[in-house]
Design a protein. Structure first.
Length: 235
């Protein structure tokens, strides 16, 4: 079953969130310290990813043009609107913003190479090892995030499952259409570009900035375009 890894990923995010809510009776001061710890860890993860670029100019251009497109489309506002709609439906009982939890968790779980590589591996070879590993990481992250950001984290399951599921479903076609070298170059630069976004998420989590990270997401598409152009120019 080529969607097994995707389903496990979604299930562990749900389980992690539920367990995190059971642990929400911790002092407010401890929650703040935990949030700073998570934010700093996310920043380090983002830096590690960002430094993997083979051509940092691609990362810069992708972020710049991605930001222009994202601001024009107002992606951050639309994601927040979805979060607020969910909040109105389920309520938050003062236990964290559903909108913030949904947006932050979605960005953390979707951005990164493991989602793409894992979904491709699931769809092409039926090998779910990468997504199983990602599932464990996401489940633990969901547990930690939900203790401070609340139940909104659980709703990130939907975009994660849709994103990975679509890639797994069309994995064979993607593998046939995209040359292996081009895919490797895209993964490398996409990881670096996504790493900068994850670093920004960390800065937001510790309260240093209010970067509209969702508005940078089109940068991933820009990476694909630039890498494809350079690949064909070199050929």
């Amino acid at each position: 079953m080529f969607l097994l890894g995707t389903m496990v990923n979604g299930l562990l995010i749900i389980i992690g969130t539920v367990l995190g809510r059971l642990l929400n009776r911790i002092p407010e001061g401890m929650k703040n310290t935990v949030m700073y710890g998570i934010g700093l860890s996310v920043m380090v993860l983002g830096l590690q990813m960002g430094l993997k670029s083979d051509n940092f100019l691609i990362v810069i251009l992708s972020l710049v043009f991605g930001a222009v497109i994202g601001e024009w489309l107002k992606l951050e506002d639309k994601l927040n609107d979805v979060g607020k709609w969910l909040e109105n439906k389920v309520g938050n009982n003062g236990k964290g913003s559903v909108s913030e939890g949904f947006v932050t968790a979605t960005l953390i779980f979707v951005i990164g190479a493991m989602a793409i590589l894992g979904a491709l591996d699931s769809g092409i070879r039926g090998n779910h090892d990468i997504l199983y590993t990602k599932s464990l990481i996401d489940g633990f992250t969901a547990l930690i995030l939900s203790t401070t950001l609340g139940i909104g984290v659980i709703f990130s399951t939907v975009p994660v499952v849709l994103y990975e599921g679509l890639i797994a479903t069309f994995a064979t076609q993607i593998n046939q259409l995209v040359p292996k070298l081009l895919m490797q170059q895209f993964i490398t630069e996409m990881t670096a570009t996504g790493g900068i976004m994850i670093f920004a998420i960390g800065l937001n989590m510790i309260g240093l900035t209010k970067v509209k990270v969702a508005n940078l997401l089109p940068g991933i598409v820009v990476v694909a375009i630039i890498v494809t152009i350079l690949y064909h120019v070199k050929i």
